[in-house]
Design a protein around this ligand. Structure first.
Ligand code: MN
Length: 266
């Protein structure tokens, strides 16, 4: 059995499928997805559909974009209930109408719109992909059930997969501005490497693309590896910015096989 980890798919469905082909992923293997399934890329819809039908040997954990997506859908559901709109859960048109109502309501109340569907993913799902409120509610529930960490022993070494960063105790990250470990798991940037870690273990995360000069895990868009001697912990940032790939910039989808730390790119 081989264990693979992929992170930050961000709607890059085709690259994701190409990667599964490339690693020859089969029922005998295990795949851990480290979150951020939606936003940025061009096909969040197909990634969401794949996720809800995923095979049993695929473990999906939550990313901050997925959490924000679920919160935005929750706002829509809340408005529908508060106003007694009783929007038809099966009608894409009524889903879109509820979406527009919420946008209007937030503007009227002077609420910062950034809280709601910042990347326009929900709008695209409703307007272009024929998604319904029922779909959105189902995906919200799916994200609501996802764990924030996954842990597995690999050759006697504890390996933690998390979206942002892993720390054992809140005291380890004191002063870094995180109010809870959960927030650190979802949001940690360079503190993930400088303050976090699994003693005598390994942490595999995504979240900060390795193609942004000036960011701690910057590595020209290749997987970033870092060893903390004090904790005896190996870190990997495997977010190589696939969703940033454009005509004028590069970006890759990466995958790491935990047993031999081999890395694959698409
Ligand atoms: Mn992220």
């Amino acid at each position: 059995m081989n264990t693979y980890v992929i992170s930050d798919i961000h709607g890059c469905y085709e690259e994701f499928m190409t990667m599964l082909d490339k690693i020859g992923f089969s029922g005998a293997d295990r795949l851990i997805l480290a979150g951020d399934y939606v936003d940025r890329g061009k096909d969040s819809f197909r990634v969401l559909r794949w996720l809800e039908q995923k095979p049993e040997n695929v473990y999906a954990i939550l990313g901050n974009h997925d959490e924000a997506f679920a919160r935005s859908v929750e706002l829509m559901e809340g408005l529908d209930q508060k106003m007694g709109l009783q929007s038809d859960p099966d009608s894409p048109q009524e889903g879109l109408a509820l979406y527009e109502s919420l946008r209007y309501y937030m503007k009227k109340k002077g609420l910062p719109g950034g809280y709601f569907d910042f990347y326009g993913t929900i709008y695209t799902l409703l307007k272009r992909k024929g998604a319904t409120l029922q779909d959105l509610y189902r995906w919200m529930e799916m994200f609501g059930k996802m764990p924030l960490c996954y842990e597995q022993k690999v050759k006697e070494r504890s390996c933690v997969v998390v979206h942002g960063g892993y720390a054992e105790h809140l005291e380890d990250i004191a002063g870094a501005g995180y109010s809870s470990l959960d927030e650190f798991y979802l949001q940690a940037r360079e503190e993930a490497y400088l303050l976090g870690g699994k003693p005598h273990g390994m942490v595999v995360a995504g979240h900060t693309p390795t193609l942004i000069p000036g960011e701690f895990p910057y590595n020209e868009g290749w997987v970033f590896r870092y060893y903390n001697e004090e904790k005896d912990c190996v870190f990997y940032d495997i977010d190589c910015g696939c969703a940033y790939r454009r005509k004028d910039s590069w970006g890759r989808l990466a995958c790491i096989r935990l047993e031999d730390e081999r890395i694959f790119y698409v």
